[in-house]
Design a protein around this ligand. Structure first.
Ligand SMILES: NC(=O)c1ccc[n+]([C@@H]2O[C@H](COP(=O)([O-])OP(=O)(O)OC[C@H]3O[C@@H](n4cnc5c(N)ncnc54)[C@H](OP(=O)(O)O)[C@@H]3O)[C@@H](O)[C@H]2O)c1
Length: 317
């Protein structure tokens, strides 16, 4: 049983998702949180990971560590996205299993589902068709993580569960244009255009794909929900259940940032999957729902962006 004094190791606790989980657990009175940066502990190294888990003896591991990036980064570095993610999650999952950690929460991504799966995406569509080629390396690693946790549930009756978030955004997001996801990239582009009085903003793709976005604090709440409840299935989608076109998203961000001007769509750049909407009825049936609307989440993210603008790290891939 988990209580407020349980030792909870959040792998990736400095990242966007990990730091949101950390803040939420602290705000709810959890007292024994543990985390290390990648400099202190490189999760790609099996022995170091085992030694660390042996030392801290966590009751729970939340795996929010991964090599994460947008279409460009995934396309350019397929081997790193496949291998580093496999190494990180394999080391954590296997160490948790061997060293008797009671509970493990694995975070994946909606890109695990086939490119042309029916919408909204149900958990049961996993492995029913080819993946979206632009991120298949990352997706293959995540699918392996889901299956490793499922295998441990089946063979050893472990409480290992996988949560598949839709696109996430929010405070502590990555705003580096070489590696960022679409929403923070747009915030930065519109902000810089406003600052420099540029009337035109060029955005990638046709603008027609449909996407769903979840504010990171809502994701953290879903993780806390999974922490405090033993979920009956191995895999759950986490999202809002609401999608919009990339064009609609751009117009919303443009308005919130306060840029006035034209948007040009560069359709020589890839669009990715035409539509990606999660079926979140399984989480809803258990009692979890998102709380933050897209407008409110973007406004909160933009405030954080303005407050931290001097401190963004440029991400080296
Ligand atoms: N962002 C999204 O839209 C999104 C959507 C769906 C799912 N997810 C999932 O949510 C999880 C977290 O994503 P995020 O957006 O929070 O990513 P993030 O901000 O890039 O954070 C990733 C974290 O992983 C750590 N990490 C990476 N490589 C490591 C290594 N070799 N050793 C130790 N730590 C390492 C980083 O540590 P350092 O900072 O110390 O280097 C960082 O704290 C991932 O599993 C991702 O698949 C994210």
């Amino acid at each position: 049983m988990i209580d407020k004094n349980s030792i909870i190791y959040i792998a990736g606790h400095k990242g966007m998702v990990g730091s949101a989980i950390w803040r939420m657990l602290i705000s709810q009175g959890y007292t024994n949180l543990v985390g290390t940066s990648s400099k202190e502990l490189d999760l790609r190294k099996q022995k170091s990971v085992r030694d660390y888990i042996r030392k801290i003896k966590p009751d729970v591991i939340i795996d929010a560590a991964a090599k994460v990036g947008g279409i460009l980064a995934n396309n350019n570095f397929p081997y790193a996205f496949l291998m580093e993610n496999l190494q990180i999650q394999n080391n954590l999952i296997d160490a948790a299993h061997r060293l008797g950690v009671d509970k493990f929460i694995f975070l994946g991504s909606s890109c695990i589902y086939p490119k042309l799966a029916p919408q909204p995406l149900k958990e049961e569509y996993l492995l029913t068709g080819p993946l979206e080629p632009t991120n298949e390396w990352y997706a293959l690693a995540k699918i392996t993580g889901v299956k490793a946790c499922e295998a441990l549930r089946r063979e050893f009756e472990k409480d290992f569960v996988s949560l598949m978030p839709t696109n996430l955004y929010g405070t502590h997001d990555n705003f580096d244009l070489n590696s960022s996801h679409v929403l923070p990239a747009m915030i930065r582009k519109f902000h810089e255009a406003k600052l420099n009085n540029h009337a035109v903003v060029v955005l990638w793709g046709s603008g027609t794909p449909m996407r769903e976005f979840l504010f990171v604090d809502d994701m953290a709440a879903a993780v806390v929900f999974a922490l405090e409840n033993e979920l009956p299935d191995p895999l759950y989608n986490v999202g809002t259940g609401i999608d919009l076109t990339i064009k609609e998203l751009a117009l919303t961000i443009q308005r919130i940032v306060g840029h006035e001007g034209e948007i040009i769509w560069d359709d020589s750049k890839p669009d990715g999957t035409p539509r990606k909407l999660m079926d979140i009825s399984k989480m809803h049936d258990l009692g979890w729902q998102h709380q933050v609307s897209l407008e409110e989440g973007i406004a909160r993210t933009y405030v954080w962006f303005l407050e931290n603008i001097g401190e963004f790290k440029e991400v080296k891939m």
